[in-house]
Design a binder for this molecule. Structure first.
Ligand code: SAM
Length: 293
């Protein structure tokens, strides 16, 4: 087996060899702990039948761990300075393709048709750039990218919000948007010391697994997310108050709002944070015809 990229000594040597300096604005915190890497890929249950999409390979620390176990890895890297580095560090692995692109701009469906046609399962494994964690996850979900799951490192605080349950402080529109599609759990907490440079925050590895069945039938998913987001604008206010200010013409259409809440069996005096996903789904269906613009 090739020598790990992710030891402090080898990483330092690679960075020096290529004269690489970190860009904080791109969320560049590289992993230098082989134990953490084997734990991450362990949670992904990889095999040679699985295709993996990685976001932000950096100098390839996680990529090589994935490449050893998966059938194929396609990794999106925004920073062109890392391309020659990756060509060097990942040269022993023939099953890796690096794409120099902002993943948020990528046509993932087209890439999957081209690269993963022969794989029955596709998963995302990544140590995400923290400044774009949520947009990246939501892109995969809203564009209906056919992945079965994600094993992703992120800020612990964001992982807590994604996995939160009703009536807790961390529960909000992000918990609902993600848990609508995926079962979410924290697989491990990761200390700052396993990165170079060390981030300012604690990290966690989140495991997302696609739900076999969506928790509720909704007329319009975007409207479900609009209603749930609008219900948390001011957490201490009631759902009626929040929706009056957040939905189009909400104040003028208070009667229709009250009727919708009644139809969905939700007391207008409750706070948004007490509603389950199923309740938000019922409410968004009841309000859809009157408020969807
Ligand atoms: N995977 C490496 C590791 O674990 O050591 C590096 C992870 S580092 C937290 C995040 C990586 O994402 C960096 O290499 C950064 O350049 C890259 N990146 C940042 N924004 C990106 C974007 N929008 N699209 C693709 N890659 C991005």
């Amino acid at each position: 087996m090739n020598k790990d990229i992710a030891t402090p000594i080898r990483t330092k040597a690679i960075l020096e060899k290529h004269g690489f300096s970190f860009k904080k604005s791109l969320g560049q915190n590289f992993l230098i702990d082989p134990n953490v890497l084997s734990n991450i890929v362990g949670h992904a249950n990889l095999s040679k039948k699985v295709g993996v999409i990685e976001i932000g390979p950096g100098i390839g620390a996680l990529t090589e761990y994935i490449a050893r176990q998966a059938g194929k890895v396609v990794a999106y890297e925004i920073d062109g300075r890392l391309l020659p580095v990756l060509e060097d560090t990942l040269s022993p692995y023939e099953n890796v393709t690096v794409i120099h692109q902002d993943v948020l701009e990528a046509d993932l469906q087209a890439m999957i048709e081209k690269e993963f046609a022969e794989y029955d399962e596709i998963v995302v494994v990544a140590n995400l750039p923290y400044y774009v964690t949520t947009p990246i996850i939501m892109k995969f979900l809203l564009e209906r990218i056919p992945i079965t799951g994600m094993i992703i490192m992120m800020q612990k605080e964001v992982a807590d919000r994604i996995t939160a349950t009703p009536s807790t402080k961390a529960y909000g529109s992000l918990s609902i948007a993600i848990q609508y599609y995926m079962d979410a759990s924290v697989a491990m907490i990761v200390p700052k010391t396993v990165f170079v440079p060390q981030p300012n925050v604690e990290s966690a590895v989140l495991k997302l697994t696609r739900k076999e069945q969506l928790p509720a039938e909704v007329k319009d998913e975007d409207f479900l997310f609009q209603v749930s987001k609008g219900s948390f604008v001011q957490r201490r206010k009631t759902i009626l108050n929040n929706l009056q200010t957040s939905l189009p013409d909400g104040k003028a259409k208070k009667d229709l709002l009250l009727a919708g809440l009644e139809e969905a069996n939700i007391d207008p005096g409750r706070r948004g944070e007490t509603l389950t996903i199923e309740e938000f789904a019922q409410l968004s269906n009841a309000l859809y015809d009157h408020f969807k613009k």
